[in-house]
Design a protein around this ligand. Structure first.
Ligand SMILES: [Zn+2]
Length: 134
């Protein structure tokens, strides 16, 4: 089995609902993720997938939709206020935890047809959440 991984960085803001720690208030993170793709054989160029394709599709989507945005639950009462102020938002059906952001990115990569097996997402240098089907 062959595996390739690519690292992608982005900055985002969020806050968590139903949570008592520091992340209950609006604040920002320097996020980092590593997406891993797997294939039993290589394509005719000798690759699982061109690193450039991962950049062009996944990194571009993250840059456009998540980078320097507030990632919030659609139930968050701050949403109407921030919308009114014209702040850039990305709304999720779930609480915007590191776990759910890892799953969000995994699901997008999977929908693009990438043979993704894992997304590891760091919301800070020492804290990592991983999502994968296994
Ligand atoms: Zn946080």
């Amino acid at each position: 089995m062959f595996r390739v991984s690519r690292e992608i960085d982005f900055c985002y803001g969020h806050r968590l609902l139903n949570y008592q720690g520091k992340c209950r208030h609006l604040h920002g993170h320097n996020g980092k993720l590593v997406v891993t793709l797997e294939a039993p054989s290589l394509n005719d160029r000798g690759m699982v997938l061109d690193f450039g394709d991962i950049k062009n599709v996944l990194a571009r989507w993250i840059d456009k939709n998540l980078d320097h945005r507030m990632i919030l639950s659609c139930d968050d009462p701050a949403v109407p206020v921030l919308k009114e102020l014209g702040e850039p938002l990305f709304l999720m059906d779930s609480n915007p935890t590191a776990e759910n952001i890892a799953k969000l990115i995994f699901d997008f990569a999977s929908q693009q047809g990438f043979p993704v097996v894992e997304v590891r997402f760091w919301d800070s240098p020492r804290c990592c959440a991983t999502y994968g089907p296994g």
